[in-house]
Design a protein around this ligand. Structure first.
Ligand SMILES: Nc1ncnc2c1ncn2[C@@H]1O[C@H](COP(=O)(O)OP(=O)(O)O)[C@@H](O)[C@H]1O
Ligand SMILES: CC(C)(COP(=O)(O)O)[C@@H](O)C(=O)NCCC(=O)O
Ligand SMILES: [K+]
Length: 246
């Protein structure tokens, strides 16, 4: 049985693969790693764990702690995949390739492998948009705060903005909560839409747009362009690149 883990800045997502079967889970981690690893292991199928591969953007301290916890509990040494200059036909445009978030990198490799040129929208703690052309060149991307971060900033930096959870739409808000939810949704959707429209003039107007990330379901309701919702794109990419490593 193999274990693949995607550690972002808000949530940890995991996937066990065992002779054809797949068991997945995920939760917000709050950077409290012990209970999250415990939860991850509690959901493990009763099979011998042979390998653990991790794609993490949570920082080296988090990586070391998760590695320690997994080793103590399973005896297996977690292996970390990091962004690089080129892999599986995708070339990295960063001057220092390893600085590119590995979640973005493995998503690009998976997207290019399956669709060729693609635009990847990851609605995570940060909202990222990345473009890969027909030659596998990572053209570049954008990093902006995700919906959770935007709401948090408004709450933290204002005295009278109190946000109750609520559905969001693109319409004018008629309460503080609605003004915030709808405003942040509209701002995020407008940004993504403008970039997609522009990139589809450069890449190809049928270029696939792949939407992933925890806030994906909320944003894609409002997208007016066609897209593929691929909530497991990062885990899919990690499983692919890990499978090719010895
Ligand atoms: N289990 C969860 N319950 C509610 N919201 C979540 C959950 N996990 C993630 N989110 C929301 O999704 C966003 C994070 O997306 P995700 O892609 O899961 O995280 P990461 O950035 O850690 O990869 C945040 O805005 C957060 O509010
Ligand atoms: C941009 C990110 C924070 C997104 O991570 P997430 O929202 O999934 O937590 C992550 O890809 C990252 O830490 N990147 C490193 C900087 C870069 O990609 O340029
Ligand atoms: K992510």
């Amino acid at each position: 049985m193999k274990l693949f883990i995607d550690i972002g800045n808000t949530a940890m997502k995991w996937r066990y693969t065992l002779n054809g079967g797949v068991v997945q889970g995920g939760c917000r981690h709050g950077r409290d790693w012990a209970p999250v690893v415990e939860l991850l292991l509690a959901g493990a199928p009763a099979q011998r764990l042979v390998s653990v591969w991790v794609a993490s953007v949570a920082g080296r301290e988090a990586d070391a702690e998760v590695t320690r916890l997994l080793l103590a509990a399973t005896g297996v040494q977690a292996r970390f995949y990091y962004s690089r200059a080129e892999h599986h036909g995708v070339t990295n445009c960063y001057p220092e390739p390893v600085r590119l978030g590995v979640d973005r990198w493995v998503a690009m490799i998976e997207g290019f492998r399956r669709f060729g040129p693609c635009i990847i929208v990851d609605c995570g703690s940060a909202l990222t948009i990345d473009a890969v052309d027909a030659h596998g060149h990572f053209m570049g991307g954008y990093i902006v705060p995700g919906l959770g971060m935007l709401r948090g900033a408004l709450l933290r930096d204002t005295a009278d903005v109190h946000i109750e959870p609520g559905a969001s739409s693109l319409g004018l808000g008629k309460s503080t909560g609605q003004c915030v939810h709808n405003g942040l949704l509209r701002m995020s959707v407008a940004f993504v839409t403008e970039v997609v429209v522009e990139l589809r003039q450069v890449l190809d107007d049928t270029c696939k747009v792949l939407v992933t990330g925890g806030d994906g379901p909320e944003l894609l309701e409002a997208f007016a362009f066609d897209f593929e919702h691929m909530p497991d794109l990062v885990l899919d990419g990690l499983e692919f690149v890990a499978g090719e490593e010895q």
